[in-house]
Design a protein around this ligand. Sequence first.
Ligand code: PLP
Length: 403
Amino acid sequence: MSLHLPIYLDYNATTPMDRRVLEAMMLYLTDEFGNAASNNHEYGYRAKAAVEKARQQVAALIGAEPKEIIFTSGATESDNLAIKGVAEARGERGEHLITCGTEHSAVLDTCKHLQKHGREVTYLQPDQFGRVVARQVAEALTDRTVLVTLMLANNEVGTLNPICEIAAAVKDRGALLHSDATQAVGKMPVNVNELGVDLLSISAHKLYGPKGVGAMYVRRGVRVLAQMHGGGHERNMRSGTLNVPGIVGLGAACEIAGREMAEEAKRVSALRDRLERGILARLDEVTLNGHPTERLANTSNLSFAYVEGEGLMMRMKDVAVSSGSACTSASLKPSHVLSAMGVPDELNHASLRFSLGRFSTEEEVDYTIEQVVRAARELRELSPLYEMARGGIDLNKVHWTEH
Ligand SMILES: *Cc1c(COP(=O)(O)O)cnc(C)c1O
């Protein structure tokens, strides 16, 4: 079998759509074009029925009631809606929020926006692995805290937060808990009741569904003020004509994930470990960012000392990975996640994220190991600092090759 180049190892940025998802959507992109809000003819009824089936499929994957699922345009919108919607619904009491510097920018920027409008936000300090523990949350909670928002799985390093224990602390003080579970849903079992969350964000394109569609779980009885006003769709929480094909795709993606996730996680984690071991066995001074075990099965974030992550990517054009997060890689800013974890700037800039998925193969992993090892060795040969560290200190060479 020949390799399809470049090899795609950036599943945390987006996943290719599963063909079965496309098949499920096709009818709603063609003959079944009805508006799910048209409640006076067959076209509308059938579109609505398709949406309600998808609502059940999404709910089933996370152990929720269908009524607790609100369709959105993706996790960015779900995060915005959950955070602003709760802060506004709580009004007077909505004065204080708690989050962490390792969150996705959809959460951090929303919190910053609320801060600008007079709310107080506490940013918890994660440990070196990017985790926050329940005790920290308990200590930060006040009578004015309305919402704690902490992700289930981090998109850059894969680290899992102990959401279940955190939820207990949050409930104790009468606040609500939102979790951005975009990277977790479809990769590991997620059950909103076992976790104890009140709100949770999902995105279809991170689990082999289409882009531009997502969902927010809202526990029954939790009040969220709409951020998009209009026709009163989605129980008044999110107006706008429903993206029926997208929603059908999200539903199909959730159903497939529910069936195949356990097997897939085993296969993917074996591949991820093979990749990690293959690189670590052949290169020295490579460090793992993120928790060694409490981590998504598909994610490996590595720092290659003495090497720029960007330069490394450029020397391995046949492998599509990510340096920093996809959102910041246009600029050469260090990853805010690694910074929050206390990773020094040199190692931050030296980091690459490998994220595997459904269509990753052993052959691709082996090819990637070769490419990474070759590229890192080439760059290190050009690095006077690496030579110095190896003991071959030649000050002349340092001077002349520094630029
Ligand atoms: C991808 C991602 C988002 C944004 O999701 P969109 O559907 O692309 O808006 C939010 N949070 C996390 C953790 C993500 O990985």
